[in-house]
Design a protein around this ligand. Sequence first.
Ligand SMILES: [Fe+2]
Length: 280
Amino acid sequence: MACTIMQLTEHVGAEVRGVDLREPIDADTHAALNRAFVAHHVLVIRDQDYTPENFKTAAQVFGELQQHDKKEHHVPGHPDVYYVANDEIVNGKRIIPGETFHTDHSNHPRPPKATTLFAVQLPSRGGDTQYVSMHRAYDDLPQSMKDRIKDLRAVHVYQSKYSPRSLGKIDAASLQDIPPPGVHPLVRRHPENQRPALYLNPVRIEAIEGMADRDALALIEELMAHATQPRYEYRHRWRHGDMVIWDNRSVMHQANPDYDMAERRYLYRLMLKGTAPIGI
Ligand SMILES: [Fe+2]
């Protein structure tokens, strides 16, 4: 079974076929998959069939597993395999994990380099995941904006008091393990492809060092409006058997609540350890 990798859009995404990540893979395939991940930022690996343990094996082709903040959201019997689902309701409002554009766990001093999902149950339609290239968004900024944001650093907390959405409940044990806020450059250099990228997250960013909150929020809003334009996007329509892995250093992503909530959407979720973001 030959592994093929096909680019999906000009800026983001590649589709992988002909590989079964439940089984050990050879060194060439391993290297090719990791090169494609760094080059295309999102890999859609088709036709997989995983137990939670298989999914761990597959994810580790790309790095080392990282625990989630909400440890209680784990698959029963598998404390280190997590899930996202559409069944949590807080104060009468349904929590859709990832509903606005963000990058994962940026409140950590060393945020995860990657996140991966495996589709277990999907709605009959809708529930796409959108990805935008933060490399291309940065490249296209006017020079005056590049100069303005070059040395700025943002404070990322677990949930910003300015967050556009609730992150839902977190239990006391998990809350205790939340690390101190991450203070990260607004523009980071990717440690593997060396490209600069915007590093934004309105869910977590509570301040920019040396700026009044009002000015910081206005700047983040302006950069978000720029970065989330459709021209930077790959929109993933989920199919059964899809494992999708994305590079949190290169893209933001968001989930869509545009489906029948009587239908269950349930995906296994794992993250991979990253390093402290470095400015340009
Ligand atoms: Fe997310």
